[in-house]
Structure formats: C-alpha cells, structure tokens
Design a binder for this molecule. Structure first.
Ligand SMILES: [Zn+2]
Length: 464
C-alpha cells in the first residue's frame, strides 16, 4: 500500500473510532512533532528551552507568527539542506511550479490574509497526508456511490479555476497532481481565473468537466454565464476554496449548475484543513490538525463564539513545523454535535470573504474583476508588504503598501504598477488608472486582518 493509501485508511478508521480515536492520534502525533521540532529546529530548540522535556501541554507552548518564523527561516526548518535561498531560487522560476523540491517536498508561497509574504515547504509525509485527506473527507463524503461511479465514467474530469501566475498553494498543488501521471494530466484541467470570461467559457466547454472547483468569486461569474446560456456545463459537484463562500453565493452556484456545492478550508501552511458537510459546516481533520480559537490576548475562545484569530498546529509536516501558528482567521466552533453525524469538530470561518469589483473599460462597459486577479498580481512583487487596493472610481484603483526591510520603495512601486497594469490589460482594462496612496496600509479588526481588495473608498474599507 502506498503511503497515501495507508493514511487514507487510517483517516477512515479514525472517524469510525470517533472523538477518542481522533484524540489518540492527535496526542501521539503532537508529542512526536514537538520532540522533532526541539531536536532538529534551532528556532524551536531555543524557543522551547523552558518547557519540560516530556508531557508538554499544547496550551503551554508559546505561539508563533509568520513574520517571526520567516525572519528565521533557516533556523525554523528541520533540514539544514533546505535554506531560504534555495527555496527562493525555486519559487523564482515559474517553470518549476508543482515540481517536487528536495526529498520530494512540496513548495508554495503565500501572502495570505495577513499580507506578509511566506515560503512553505511540506515534506513527503505531509504530501501523502494531503493526497489522502480530500479523497476520504472531501470527494469520498460529498459524492454518493452513484455519483462517484458517474465521475469515474466521465474520466474524473475536474476543472480548477484558480490563480495560475505563481507558486500559490492551489496552483502548485494542481500542477503537482498533474505531474503524477498521464491520466492525472488529462483529468485535471487548470484554468486561469484572470482569463477573459469568453475565453474561459470556450475552454471549459471544450474540457467538459464533471467537477468545477476554484475561488467562489470566479465560479460566481461562471454561474452567471451558465444562467445566460453562454456556458452549458453538466456538473456533479462544485467545490469552492480560497475564500469564504456566503450561503447566498453557494445557493447561486447550486441553482445555476444544478448540483451540490461544497467547500474546503485550506491554507499554504496546511493543505485541506477542513471539508464542508451536507448541512453547511466545515469539519476539521482533527487527527492531523489542531485549531485553537483565541482572543486578542491569547485566551481560548469558547465554542459558539467568534474568535479574534486561530492558532494552527499542523501535525503532518515535520520539515517546517507549524506549531501554534497565528493564522489570522476568525473562526467559530459549533458547541454541539453537527446534525450530519460527523465526529470531526464543526466550524465556520469568517474574514476570508472577497467581493468582485466592477471596473469600466475605455468605452464605459462594466468588466467584473475578481479580487484574486489583483492579489495574485501584487503577490508576485518582491519587497511589497501589506498591499491594499481600493477602487476609487469607475476606472480608478488606489494602492497602499509597505516595503520589506532593505527593499527600495520606488522600485517596489514601479513593479506593483507594472504587474497591476499587465493584469488589467489582460482583462481589456488598460484604461484603468492606478495611483499610489502614500498612507501606510492599516490593519482592520482585532486580529490585525485587513481587506486587501475593496470596492469603494478606503473610508468604506476601514469601517468594516
Ligand atoms: Zn456536519
């Protein structure tokens, strides 16, 4: 049995064993992760020097954050052969998106919801867990036997509409999957979310997927195309990820495509944390991940209340240990068992919602622009920090940003203008004026999250 098949079988069994079986696995994996981090990561060895040698409670472990870990990247990772310089060289090459890194590792980048750049390296064991997880807890539960048989009969064809212009988690993972075999390459189609709608309609019609996956705002535009008759997809499943899909948006997708709509919650630090169930709750894979909802002061947030942020511990990846890591998302755990019957903890996630902007082209026609297109453009700019974009007129965008230490402000701005200009030109919006707002970017809300892309003026953004 392959490693991924072994993990899949264990996930299936863990769920059958219920909360006690999940907790037993979690405890064992946490002890092994803490021990490995203390032995092999100079960062954690120093950080944990005051903790007892064994029987450490997770709540006694000091939390970490992305800026702090990124600043000590070479001391954070547990394999000295993996250096920040080597990972940066890897992600600088778009030809290597999804290629296995040293030792079969998976690499992706993110600025995430906190606006700080991150480089993530997942070892081969974690990769095997990430293969198994969506099969057992996503597709395996979302589709009944009949739909699964139908999916296979149709070549398991899945179209992903995602950001394709960098080593982003979704894109890198899709490319990694496509590299597995010729069958995988034929079954999984990757479509750039920043293509024109007409181009997307044509490409998706030709590909004829049974599953449509991607950012909800991108899929929402396609739902309108389906309603207008410009697209005629016959789908078994719509799977959203990357942003929170509101119940209204999910209903629009279900009505347009006439199939079930499900959601997964993932991040660059831990792929496929949770999958949604038939009654609309996300279920955390609590045998492999720990999520601790906390307040601004770090105190635990009780179930039934929205947290200020959430601390993530990824028990699958030992190469770059993510332990009590401030993810920045506000979550709310369900206090009672979910009516769907799953023993996995049920939660909802806020703060990842995004709104589509509508910009006017040179002749005044409205062009919808999904936030992903703009955020992907600015994410690719080295040296930029906390970039925020607001629509300030029918054909105007304003940009606020900070710079990383050592980066030249004027150079970063020139690059930002160039990237945004290219993305807008790709949408037929070369007339849109992008100006700089010299005000430093501001955080929003108690956990320091901010909305990166917003329709309307900053004043509206910051009141949210
Ligand atoms: Zn449920």
């Amino acid at each position: 049995m392959s490693r991924a098949a072994g993990f899949a079988a264990d996930m299936w069994l863990a769920e059958r064993e219920g909360p006690a079986g999940l907790a037993r696995r979690r405890r064992r994996r946490l002890a092994a992760l803490l021990s490995h981090a203390r032995t092999a990561s100079p960062f954690y060895r120093h950080r944990y020097r005051h903790l007892p040698a064994t029987d450490v409670r997770l709540t006694d472990v000091p939390p970490t954050s992305k800026p702090e870990l990124m600043a000590e990247f070479d001391d954070w990772v547990t394999d000295p052969a993996v250096t920040r310089a080597s990972v940066e060289a890897f992600v600088a090459d778009p030809g290597r998106i999804g290629q296995p890194f040293t030792g079969g590792a998976f690499v992706c980048t993110s600025s995430g919801s906190t606006g700080h750049p991150g480089l993530f390296v997942h070892d081969a064991r974690a990769v095997a867990v990430y293969w198994a997880n969506p099969l057992v807890r996503g597709y395996g539960q979302w589709l009944g036997m009949r739909d699964l048989a139908d999916l296979l009969r149709r070549g398991a064809r899945e179209a992903q509409v995602i950001g394709t212009s960098g080593h982003f988690g979704g894109m890198a993972w899709a490319e990694r999957a496509r590299r597995r075999s010729g069958t995988s390459r034929r079954a999984l189609g990757v479509f750039s979310a920043d293509s024109s709608l007409r181009g997307l309609d044509r490409a998706l019609t030709t590909f004829a997927p049974a599953v449509l996956a991607g950012y909800p705002t991108a899929l929402d535009l396609l739902a309108a195309e389906q309603n207008e008759g410009r697209l005629n997809l016959d789908l078994l499943l719509v799977a959203t990820s990357g942003e929170t899909a509101s119940p209204r948006l999910q209903r629009r997708l279900a009505d347009a495509f006439g199939c079930i709509v499900r959601e997964s919650y993932a991040c660059s630090e831990a792929l496929f944390l949770a999958h949604s169930c038939a009654v609309g709750w996300l279920h955390l894979s609590s045998d492999w991940y720990v999520l601790e909802p906390v307040g601004r002061d770090g105190s635990p947030t009780p179930a039934g209340r929205w947290s200020d942020t959430v601390l993530l511990t990824n028990l699958a990846n030992r190469l770059q240990p993510v332990i009590r890591y401030d993810l920045g998302d506000s979550v709310c755990f369900r206090p009672d068992p979910c009516p769907c019957g799953s023993p996995l903890p049920a939660l909802r996630v806020a703060g990842r919602s995004a709104e589509t902007l509508v910009l006017a082209d040179a002749v005044g026609r409205p062009v919808p622009v999904i936030p992903l297109v703009l955020s992907a453009a600015v994410d690719a700019v080295p040296g930029a920090l906390l970039t925020q974009i607001a629509q300030t007129g029918a054909d105007r965008l304003a940009v606020r940003f900070g710079t990383e230490p050592g980066a030249d402000d004027a150079t970063v701005w020139t690059r930002l203008q160039g990237r945004l200009g290219a993305a807008l030109t790709g949408l037929g919006l070369e007339n849109v004026v992008v100006t700089r707002d010299p005000t430093p970017p501001e955080a929003l809300g108690p956990s320091g999250k901010f909305r990166r892309i917003a329709p309307g003026h900053y004043s509206q953004v910051f009141r949210l």
